[in-house]
Design a protein around this ligand. Structure first.
Ligand SMILES: Nc1nc2c(ncn2[C@@H]2O[C@H](COP(=O)(O)OP(=O)(O)OP(=O)(O)O)[C@@H](O)[C@H]2O)c(=O)[nH]1
Ligand SMILES: [Mg+2]
Length: 484
């Protein structure tokens, strides 16, 4: 069936939007594109990009002889992923009447092969497969360490990163972040490797999210959305859930976009305010209503938290709060010091709530120890805002234990990040004890160098004995002066 006849000029044709022509989960779109090349030229790179990105069944270019009769025909089709890494096959030119290529059975087989491979990949990994992308003007090393962290974040969100694309452009593209050509390359790569998700290490503007989504027809996440996703997966208590959803809605609201005009025309007037309201307006209004409701609930929960805090501060028992980069071992330390069972995991953002326990020292002395959500570089402000009431507890602390992972290659950067966030949280007045954890992971010499460099106490939260110096320091801090 001829779906459309498109008339262009000698330079280009404009292919209409084909998104609605995607029957179910088929690998090929069911559209064959036959067009003319007036100067007898073979298929161009643009043609082949269209073939791949639009998932055309095939693309053909017909040339015209000087007598007006059809000349050679160029034909190309997609290839299932194979060892060669080729995405498409371009056939040698043939006179149109000489083509003896049975298209329909061939395409059927091709489609079946795509399906088979797709199913295989799905079996080997139940998780989302993603390509990680970074376009930044930072130093290469910073860009790389940030990408390493993005990969860890992805893993923490149960996503499998299968490839990385790094670009250091002179100018970041306002619509696509990457150059448009590069972005198309990435999509072809994604198709070849059965990735359905693109994750950007940079935060994308509302315009970029929309444009990249339109060009690639893939799921697109940026760093903040990924972090919010992890938080959403982890939230257990009602308060954490409310806080995360609020942060997500606040981040999404300006990014809600008109997907399809056809859809908005259909929904206008049904259940909406009245005729003329678009899908987008409905979505925005729903999001705003939900935000208002969650804010109310959040206020109630925050009130209850305040009362609990009030009681605690009235006790005049010293409060020590453990802060630090995510995965530094904060919860493990709390558990070890207080014989408790707060959940610990080798994942980013294992803890989202505050846990409070007591440590008893001899002579009836005790302190209250709290553990809370970890920090990370470029912590989304939406998140910091939503977790304000949780983080506000930190302002009750008489002493902060800043726990850092001595074995991390990003140690210095992580310490600086935490210090900066403490300033943002207006905690620069609270005394801080820097503790380097996981000393079991580095050799003796490195350990000594780093402990000296940072004037820090060392611990291995897995080993109770190693915590004695830290306990001594805490005891000393609160009680020595009194004893005089
Ligand atoms: N080798 C070693 N591993 C440790 C040590 N302390 C913690 N870990 C491990 O590090 C991982 C993270 O520990 P958590 O206590 O969950 O870290 P956290 O700082 O609470 O992390 P978030 O709650 O995600 O911010 C876990 O797999 C722990 O077993 C240590 O001293 N040495
Ligand atoms: Mg924790």
């Amino acid at each position: 069936m001829i779906h459309a006849v498109i008339v262009g000029d000698q330079r280009q044709i404009m292919i209409p939007d084909l998104t609605e022509l995607r029957p179910g989960k088929r690998q090929l779109r069911g559209v064959r594109l036959i067009h003319t090349h007036l100067k007898g030229e073979p298929l161009s790179q643009d043609d082949l990009t269209d073939l791949a990105l639009l998932r055309l069944d095939f693309i053909a270019a017909l040339t015209i002889n000087t007598d007006g009769m059809p000349g050679a025909a160029f034909l190309a089709h997609l290839l299932p992923p194979g060892p060669s890494g080729e995405i498409y096959e371009v056939h040698p030119p043939q006179q149109i009447h000489q083509i003896d290529f049975e298209l329909t059975p061939f395409l059927k087989e091709l489609e079946a092969e795509f399906d088979r491979q797709q199913n295989q990949t799905l079996e080997t990994s139940q998780q989302d497969r993603a390509i990680l992308i970074s376009a930044s003007k930072k130093h290469r090393l910073d860009q790389e360490t940030s990408m390493d962290e993005l990969a860890e974040l992805a893993r923490s969100a149960s996503i499998t990163p299968i490839d990385r694309v790094m670009q250091r452009p002179k100018k970041l593209h306002p619509k696509y972040l990457l150059g448009e050509g590069k972005l198309k390359e990435v999509v072809m790569q994604a198709m070849q490797q059965h990735a359905e998700l693109l994750i950007f290490d940079q935060n994308l503007s509302p315009l970029q999210i929309r444009m990249i989504g339109e060009v690639t027809e893939m799921k697109v996440l940026d760093r903040t959305q990924l972090i919010l996703d992890i938080f959403a997966q982890r939230a257990v208590t009602r308060e954490a859930k409310v806080q995360v959803e609020l942060a997500q809605l606040r981040y999404r609201l300006p990014r809600l976009s008109e997907r399809s005009t056809a859809l908005s025309r259909l929904t206008g007037g049904i259940g909406g305010r009245g005729p003329g309201e678009t899908r987008l307006e409905i979505d925005r209004r729903r999001a705003r209503d939900r935000i208002a409701r969650l804010e109310q609930e959040h206020e109630l929960l925050a009130g209850a938290r305040k009362q609990r805090r009030h009681k605690r501060t009235q006790n005049e028992i010293p409060i020590v709060s453990i802060v630090g980069y995510t995965n530094a071992g904060k919860s493990t330390l709390l558990n070890q010091l207080t014989d408790s069972q707060v959940q610990t995991e080798n994942l980013l953002f294992a803890t989202l709530d505050t846990a409070t326990r007591r440590i008893r020292f001899p002579e009836e002395r005790e302190i209250i120890l709290t553990d809370t959500v970890g920090f990370i570089q470029s912590l989304p402000p939406e998140l910091l805002g939503a977790f304000r009431s949780t983080l506000d507890e930190l302002s009750d602390a008489h002493l902060l234990i800043h726990l850092a992972d001595i074995s991390s290659v990003r140690l210095e950067q992580q310490i600086k990040t935490v210090e900066k966030i403490l300033i943002d949280l207006e905690l620069s007045e609270t005394p801080v004890l820097l503790v380097l954890n996981k000393i079991d992971q580095v050799d003796e010499e490195t350990q000594q160098i780093l402990l000296n460099r940072y004037h820090a106490t060392g611990t291995s939260a897995l080993d109770k004995k190693s915590l004695l110096p830290l306990l001594e320091t805490i005891k000393h801090y609160f009680w020595t002066e009194v004893e005089g």
